[in-house]
Write a protein that binds this ligand. Sequence first.
Ligand code: S3P
Length: 168
Amino acid sequence: MKNIILTGFMGTGKTAVGREIARILQMNLIDIDAEIEKSEKMTINSIFEQFGETRFREIETEMIKKKSGMKNVVISTGGGAVLKQENMKMLRENGVIVCLRAAPETILRRTGSSEDRPLLKVDDPLQKIHDLMNAREPFYEKADIMIDTEDKTPLQIAEEIIDRVRMV
Ligand code: S3P
């Protein structure tokens, strides 16, 4: 089976869904943000604060390069990983790209209480979500499989992805 690559905006449930898929299919889950935090020994927040987004994107690409060659894994990416064609090309070599979707209001609700989304630490996070989502839409829609996550549990979403991936 190909690797399953989870993409999508912050708060679409990539990590939670990735855990379910990995459990059901007995695959390892690689969470790119978590791997970055481990290897840099810093939170994503501190990387943004101390070095800025451009440096974070370089580190993200380095980590994707390291992990995309692995086989039989589920890879959960950060919401901005789709922005670089280079990232998606590496991930696609061994994997099928899945994009999780949700409405901006749902994203706000899901990310609202979490302090670890540096890009959403602004006065009007809902507006920021709208703006980022519009700008990123052309990148997200390049995925092989699109999944709507509204009103579904991570388990339901995982099962839907597994069914769809088997058909690809
Ligand atoms: C980002 C999403 C975050 C993290 C970083 C940047 C983005 O990951 O990589 O804060 O640009 O959308 P999640 O999508 O897991 O929140």
